[in-house]
Design a protein around this ligand. Structure first.
Ligand code: SF4
Ligand code: SF4
Ligand code: SF4
Ligand code: FES
Length: 950
């Protein structure tokens, strides 16, 4: 059992990045012989051997710049004093880092800096953590001979426009670290140094305020700044932290490792962990800055119950709430049968919490009615990759992109949805890798600073399968296949069938042009590039899965990767970009109705027997209800109770009216959440949830990387979510007695072969682990399918294109597709309660100028969006990012009702909703839709029922 706070020593800054060469050289530094890889700077060679050369403009996360002249050294046989940060070590060099002369030069440099610096160290927010201050100490600066009477920068005004950090130009030493961080680490190029010499100053954009510039508030510049010039506002308010705890971001599937810097129970700031393998010291505006929701006044901190949703909430003790929930579930099962209740696992909660919810459903409820929100995002990934490759997960590490030569991004918008991975990908693209984007919208990656996609195949929504098959057609018919790979690694019969299928003329780019809308020549050129351009890696997102043929498209992607031999080594692979932080994990630990942990079917007697013995109860052999089936069963009167942990199905699931009607038909809904979310407004029992800061556990990111989530403060409502599930189970008569989440992980590892080697002790040791982790791979598996596929031979699957039933007509002539934006996250429950609303305060409807003009719509006007399912009203955003005929919106705000208009069409294999294709009409309107007016009334009523608490 692990109960201590893990505090870590700071990781040393070695001055310049590590060299990659395997060739070693030896030299002498301060009389000691040192051996380093070729390409290592003198500064790093010294630092790796314990000698810290003074520095200001160098830091090991950035390429050296050589501007401050503080790191000068002496080299025998060379004249002058070269900068150690920009001078590569050479074999046989004899280097001195300290001498009286060097001391004088460094003092002189520092004296110049300090003579133009406000000497308010005692009240400066960086006091105690300022590299300028440190260097003044290190160089032995004792007096400053130049006064402030000359020209200086001390009166420059602060830029406080960014909600999370300030820019105090008076403290800037023009070291350029922020500019390089924005370019190299983040890839946004928002900062410049304007002017020369004394006039040189850092500025955002063209001398704009940060909030007016291209800055995306990732914080990399703040991290890189050696002075207080760029400082988090939280540090200015609270002062420096006194300890730090390493944990994992609770937003997207990149799973960045973050150090929560704390003062007691209070978070002072979040700093991306330098040696975090998913992010390597970078973060985005959500993970780094948007953590304030955890202490927001809207947090639900007391359990509440009510008999009907029209009754006021009654605040009760934990005991009363849990007794009531258990008695209701028992009553419902007695009246309607064992299968009349179920549960929903959250993809935002930890693996351990998800495991307990599915165990509660299977062992305590006695059925398999458990599902997760992956149903509505990546369930086709599970199905498609399992069928073709044998494992329901991405094949690579994020780092592997550094070895890619051609990157194919399809149905994903990484700069908004997976920003830290996007920065790593952009770095590789700036180094020369080629990019193919397949997306209906002109996403930022298509053209951004120093990046331009070689091909943007701007297809019509709903035609991915035709596109992917057309790419395969070119590969097959032009002889671009990886024949040896296929012969050695794939099932021959399935391959021959597939080959004959894709080679048909009807699958050619020329024949499918009419379906996809993409010129055949572009498709041919993209296919040739992907097949013959070196290491080809495919990254895809919900733009692939959330379709009527989502699973088919995933299999088409796997086919393409196998046909070109792009699986099983670094730089290639099939990589689903998972949306929420723990979508991968929630699927792994058995939250689908047909699968026990480790993706093993409930009908498999051997597996079921293993769990029956471990859990001490008989388990059903039939799959339970998926989320959409639960709604249907509720409408039929056979599904009457639901335990919903950390999900907001009313806002996130399609066809809102259908969802709410189903919830209204149920007799007991238990919602466990940190806020009174949209689903909680239909609930009878509200159990306060705990944020990621308040509990221990693990998340699994899109790379299959299991990382620790560590408690940095006690649960605000008294219990972590896993403790609440356990208490509910015990009241239902099924005993759970874990003392710590590590014991839950031990149980998962005992029962799941791919997790067999995972334990909290191992995670402490290795930092993070990519599953499978077992006897064969005790340190985890960074790249999958290396020598053979998990299923043995890779299986090509025929991917016949079937047009969606959702057709454009004269009445609904446009296609609506949906997605995310950088500053907001999913249903927005967390990010809407942070300053991130400053970037995105409402969902807008993006439309092409041609479509807008045809309808007399101007930018910013209210527009009604009608579909066969419903109607809502949003403000228009007229933009050429869209193609004519396609409109787009996000779904971060409940009052927008984006899912009022999406239909309940779904993927043929997994029921994943077809969010990405809804036929709509758009017109200029003056007032909100009927649904919105009704929503406003209902919302107000529900808030008043919660406000009437004592
Ligand atoms: S916050 Fe990020 S995007 Fe903005 S200027 Fe700094 S590094 Fe660039
Ligand atoms: S803002 Fe900070 S990092 Fe940027 S140049 Fe000034 S001192 Fe250096
Ligand atoms: S990229 Fe994703 S995981 Fe990383 S900080 Fe941003 S939201 Fe968090
Ligand atoms: S640290 Fe080398 S020149 Fe600044």
């Amino acid at each position: 059992m692990i109960e201590t706070i893990l505090t870590r020593a700071p990781v040393r800054d070695l001055g310049t990045p590590a060299a990659v060469s395997t060739e070693m050289i030896s030299l002498t530094i301060d009389g000691y012989e040192v051996t380093v890889p070729v390409g290592t700077s003198l500064m790093r060679a010294a630092a790796e051997n314990g000698v810290n050369i003074p520095k200001l403009c160098a830091t090991d996360s950035l390429e050296p710049f050589g501007s401050c002249r503080l790191c000068l050294v002496e080299i025998e046989g060379r004249r002058g004093y070269p900068a150690s940060c920009t001078t590569p070590a050479e074999a046989g060099m004899v280097v001195r880092t300290q001498s009286a002369q060097l001391q004088e030069i460094r003092k002189g440099v520092m004296e110049l800096y300090i003579s133009d610096h406000p000497l308010d160290c005692l009240t400066c927010p960086a006091n105690g953590k300022c590299e300028l201050q440190d260097m003044a100490g290190v160089t032995g600066l004792r007096e400053v001979r130049y006064g402030y009477e000359g020209s200086n920068h001390l009166a420059l005004k602060k830029d406080e426009s960014n909600p999370y950090f300030t820019f105090d130009s008076a403290k800037c030493i023009v070291c350029n670290r922020c500019v390089r961080a924005c370019e190299e680490t983040q890839g946004t190029f928002a900062l410049t140094i304007s002017g020369r010499g004394f006039e040189a100053r850092v500025s955002a954009g063209q001398n704009e305020a940060f909030m007016e510039s291209e800055c995306v508030s990732c914080g990399a510049c703040v991290e890189a700044c050696p002075t207080a010039t760029l400082t988090e506002k939280s540090v200015i308010w609270l002062g420096q932290a006194e300890h730090k705890v390493t944990t994992t971001c609770a937003y997207c599937g990149v799973g960045c490792s973050l150090d929560a810097e704390m003062k007691g129970n209070q978070v002072v700031r979040m700093v991306p962990t330098k040696d975090g393998k998913a992010n390597e010291g970078h973060a985005c505006v959500k993970g780094r800055f948007a953590w304030g929701y955890a202490t927001h006044k809207d947090r639900i901190l007391k359990p509440m119950i009510r008999a009907k949703i029209t009754d006021p909430w009654r605040e009760v003790s934990w005991d009363e709430a849990l007794d009531y929930a258990a008695s209701e579930f028992k009553r419902i099962q007695a009246k309607y049968g064992q299968d009349s209740i179920g549960g929903i696992v959250s993809s935002r909660c930890t693996n351990e919490e998800g495991y307990l919810v599915q165990k509660l459903v299977r062992a305590a409820f006695g059925n398999n009615n458990v599902d997760t929100c992956a149903r509505v995002c990546h369930s086709p990934t599970g199905y498609g990759l399992k069928t073709t490759l044998g494992e329901s997960a991405g094949t690579q590490t994020f780092k592997s992109v550094e070895q890619s030569d051609v990157i194919l991004v399809i149905g994903a918008n990484p700069t908004d949805g997976h920003p830290v991975f996007a920065s790593r990908m952009k770095k590789r693209l700036r180094q020369g890798a080629r990019l193919i984007v397949i997306d209906p919208r002109r996403i930022d990656l298509v053209k951004s600073p120093h990046i331009r996609a070689t091909h943007h195949l701007q297809l019509r929504p709903g035609t991915n399968v035709a596109m992917v098959t057309a790419l395969a057609h070119v590969v097959v018919t032009e002889g671009l296949m990886a024949e040896d790979f296929i012969a050695e690694r794939c099932e021959p019969h399935a391959f021959e069938q597939w080959k004959a299928f894709v080679a048909k003329a009807e699958n050619s780019p020329e024949a499918t042009e009419v379906i996809t809308g993409v010129p055949a020549a572009d498709v041919r050129a993209a296919a040739r590039l992907f097949a013959s351009g070196g290491n080809g890696a495919i990254f895809y997102g919900l733009g692939v899965t959330e379709h009527a043929q989502g699973s088919t498209a995933v299999m088409g992607i796997a086919n393409l990767a196998m046909a070109t031999g792009n699986v099983g080594r670094e730089g290639v692979g099939v990589n689903p970009l998972r949306g929420q932080n723990n979508v991968q994990g929630s699927c792994d630990i058995g939250s689908f109705p047909h699968e026990l942990p480790g993706y093993r079917h409930v009908a498999d007697t051997t597996v079921r027997t293993l769990f029956e013995q471990a859990w001490g109860v008989p388990l059903q052999a039939e799959p339970g209800l998926r989320i959409p089936n639960m709604f249907e069963a509720a409408m039929d009167g056979s599904f009457m109770g639901l335990y919903c942990q950390g999900e907001d199905i009313v806002q996130s699931d399609p066809n809102t009216q259908h969802v709410t009607a189903a919830l209204e038909a149920m007799e007991c809904i238990v919602v466990q959440d940190i806020f009174l979310n949209e689903t909680a407004k239909y609930a009878h029992v509200l159990l306060p949830g705990s944020s990621f800061l308040e509990k221990d556990g693990t998340f699994t990111n899109a790379e299959r990387r299991i990382s620790r989530v560590r408690k940095v403060m006690p649960p605000k409502a008294g219990y972590a979510d896993w403790e609440v599930t356990m208490a509910l189970s015990n009241r239902l008569g099924y005993q759970m007695n874990y003392r710590h989440p590590s014991e839950i992980m031990d149980e998962i590892a005992r029962l799941t072969p791919t997790f067999a080697g995972v334990s909290y002790a191992r995670l402490e040791q290795l930092g993070s682990i990519q599953w499978p982790c077992n006897e064969a791979a005790p340190e985890g598996t960074p790249t999958m399918h290396v020598d053979q596929f998990v299923r043995g031979k890779g299986r090509f699957i025929i991917t016949e294109y079937v047009a969606t039933d959702e057709k454009v007509t004269r009445r609904y002539p446009l296609i609506l597709t949906t997605g995310r934006i950088l500053s907001q996250y999913n249903v927005g429950a967390q990010t809407r309660r942070t300053e991130n609303v400053r970037w995105h305060a409402e969902d807008r409807l993006e439309m092409h100028p041609h479509d807008a003009q045809e309808r007399g719509i101007e930018d910013g006007q209210w527009v009604g969006v009608h579909s066969r399912a419903g109607e809502t009203v949003l403000r228009a955003l007229v933009t050429e990012r869209m193609q004519p005929g396609v409109v787009y919106t996000t779904f971060h705000f409940p009052e927008s009702g984006a899912n009022v208009i999406t239909t309940d069409n779904s993927d043929w294999a997994t029921n994943c909703p077809e969010y990405k294709v809804t036929a709509v009409q758009v017109m200029h309107v003056q007032q909100q839709s009927d649904w919105q007016l009704e929503y406003a009334r209902f919302n107000e009523r529900q808030l008043s029922l919660a406000e009437s608490l004592p």
